[in-house]
Unconditional design. Structure first.
Length: 79
């Protein structure tokens, strides 16, 4: 498996963290990869429903939601 990232150091540290979790705890069922395009960071999902999608709501989540809003309002303005 290979990942491309705009933040290669963070992506590398995420890979190390994934391996550490697997070695130390074996609790990999909540280990996730961020779903934002271009982000390959891994994170441990601590949300109650285990449905977290982004490594950070403040960065990746905000970027995804902002892009969705802009697409939606651009479409509305053209009508």
């Amino acid at each position: 498996i290979s990942w491309l990232s705009d933040r290669p150091v963070d992506a590398g540290l995420s890979a190390v963290a994934r391996d550490a979790v697997e070695l130390l705890g074996g609790a990999t069922e909540r280990l996730r990869e961020c779903t934002r395009e271009g982000c390959a960071l891994l994170f441990y999902d601590t949300s109650p429903a285990a449905r977290r999608r982004w490594c950070s709501a403040e960065t990746c989540g905000n970027a995804v939601n902002t892009a969705r809003y802009r697409r939606k309002t651009a479409h509305t303005k053209q009508d």
